[in-house]
Design a protein around this ligand. Structure first.
Ligand code: RET
Length: 273
């Protein structure tokens, strides 16, 4: 192996331990990850406590979806902090850091495919969505995350990184449409418009930040460095996940009867609900 390395026939790959050490050696980067592990852990304990007396199945379903958000998050950040879901990838020609190995926390994009659908399921149930709209929002959202992952992992062509980015944005537009147009209207009918509109605004404003920071970060135009980008995502995560989930759960606990009495339901799809 040493000979192969010396003769250059084996690509020089960093081991997981080396990646782990590179992350821990960058205090700004490491702290952006550890803080989320701590906050996700606290959120899990708090949410289980808050939801302990919920009895209505629909309210419980919102609770489970909400609780999944910090559960996925703690797993996601553990993967990042350990180096398991982080790679150093050589950027293609055309990229500002062409030829350099850029730290790519691809685990983020992968786990968004699991956490963001939970946020949408909780929001959709709160709005009284039918199954069609819920399915549309969730599948488009998964498409957005997986193609965002593809953008980050493509190293053959700079152009194709941005092609993936544009595809991801197209999926995002579908999610925004369901949130802003369809569910906003459903929530009026369901009598949950007030809390829905608060959470909708918080979601739309924060979620728009993710593609912006992707474009500005090391994986896109490289205006911001890796640690600053990581803090941007971590900061948005704190509000988009833990604060979002807390506000939603607190409302559901205080308004369980409203949730239980919501006429529209997932089964309403066939009635045009
Ligand atoms: C990417 C890059 C490609 C274009 C778009 C993106 C959008 C990402 C979003 C992520 C939201 C994540 C959240 C995580 C919290 O768990 C993949 C950055 C549109 C909207 C809310």
């Amino acid at each position: 192996a040493a000979d192969a390395l010396a003769s250059g026939t084996v690509p020089l790959e960093m081991t997981q331990t080396q990646i782990f050490e590179a992350i821990q050696g960058d205090t700004l980067l490491a702290s952006s990850l550890w803080i989320n592990i701590a906050l996700a852990g606290l959120s899990i304990l708090l949410f289980v406590y808050m939801g302990r007396n919920l009895e209505d199945p629909r309210a419980q379903l919102i609770f489970v979806a909400t609780l999944m958000v910090p559960l996925v998050s703690i797993s996601s950040y553990t993967g990042l902090v350990s180096g398991l879901t982080v790679s150093f990838l050589e950027m293609p020609a055309g990229h500002a850091l062409a030829g350099q190995e850029v730290l790519t926390p691809w685990g983020r994009y992968l786990t968004w495919a699991l956490s963001t659908p939970m946020i949408l399921v909780a929001l959709g149930l709160l709005a009284g969505s039918n199954a069609t709209k819920l399915f549309t929002a969730v599948t488009a959202d998964i498409g957005m995350c997986v193609t965002g992952l593809a953008a980050a992992l493509t190293t053959s062509s700079y152009l194709l990184r941005w092609v993936w980015y544009v595809i991801s944005c197209a999926f995002f537009v579908v999610v925004l449409y369901v949130l802003l147009a369809e569910w906003a209207e459903d929530a009026e009918v369901a009598g949950t418009a007030e809390i829905f509109n608060t959470l909708k605004l918080l979601t739309v404003v924060l979620w728009l930040g993710y593609p912006i920071f992707w474009a500005l970060g090391a994986e896109g135009l490289a205006v911001l460095d890796v640690a600053v980008t990581s803090w941007a995502y971590s900061g948005m995560d704190i509000v988009a996940k833990y604060l979002f989930a807390f506000l939603l759960l607190r409302w559901v606990v205080d308004n369980e009867r409203t949730v239980a009495g919501m006429a529209a339901g997932l089964g309403a799809a066939s009635r045009g609900g």
